[in-house]
Design a protein around this ligand. Sequence first.
Ligand SMILES: O=P(O)(O)O[C@H]1O[C@H](CO)[C@@H](O)[C@H]1O
Ligand SMILES: Nc1nc2[nH]cnc2c(=O)[nH]1
Length: 296
Amino acid sequence: MGNIALTGNSKKVEFNPRNYDDLIKLTESVRKQVDLKEVPTIGIICGSGLGGIGGHIKDAQTLPFKQIVGFPTTSVIGHKGNLVFGYLGGKYVVCLQGRCHPYEHGMDLALCAMPVRLMHQLGVETLIVSNAAGSANPKFNYGELMIIKDHIFMPGLAGFSPLVGVNDPRFGARFVSLNDAYDRQLRQLAQTVAKDLNIVLHEGVYVMSGGPQYETPAEVVFYKTVGVDALGMSTCHEVTVARQCGIKVLGFSLICNICNTDAEKSVDVSHEEVLKAAKFSGDNACSFVIEFISRL
Ligand SMILES: O=P(O)(O)O[C@H]1O[C@H](CO)[C@@H](O)[C@H]1O
Ligand SMILES: Nc1nc2[nH]cnc2c(=O)[nH]1
């Protein structure tokens, strides 16, 4: 996994997500294409079907990923593929309306986490990252929210980390401590906000598998046994890079399906079902994010 050849304006351009100077060039190209009103200190990454959050942004300036040379594409339904700048909850934010999943990009995690490094360059200090996930916890119901307390990064444990490769110290530390990946104070604030809004908010452990296949019942039981509550195919690579940049993180999952645990009684899991749940509970997720930001 090295440089990626990209064609923009009929010129062949090389972008290497592990090259700090390439990141600076990409950041400059974003700055040239938008008229930033303030420094966006809050970043948001929208999970599957959660892009509606971006629709609430006031004085919005939208920059499609495809207009940024070097930016990875997203082809998953429910991910619009835009950077949106503007005001949400009274704060100036940058929102990634759609994310780049490693399974879409040959497991190039550094490429898929690059938008977080871009956000850091733009001034982001707090990141709100969301995802659609399946539940392995019998107490969780379809459409409810779960704050991520901790994660298990399966590709990362197998050597597919966005931090693998030569580390330019300008990106941050070579060895990143993830003891506090999900900020405790932000999690406490999230609980207060949810209580005030009368929204059910669980807290639990998220696992990122490589995907794109959903889990077999045996795999779900395996994850349950090691303490997993919610299952997805994203987020951990982004959070790992955010922590290397020193960005504080709040992560949450929207529970979109109940995972199978018994091969004899199992039912189909589909992305359509995931998007249906995201639509069903999207308004709750939006209200929660907006109120949370207003209290930061
Ligand atoms: O994590 P987000 O982007 O919400 O998407 C989730 O939904 C898709 C599967 O339905 C997978 O990409 C999974 O990771
Ligand atoms: N890995 C995984 N990702 C999901 N995204 C939404 N639902 C699921 C699920 O059940 N498993």
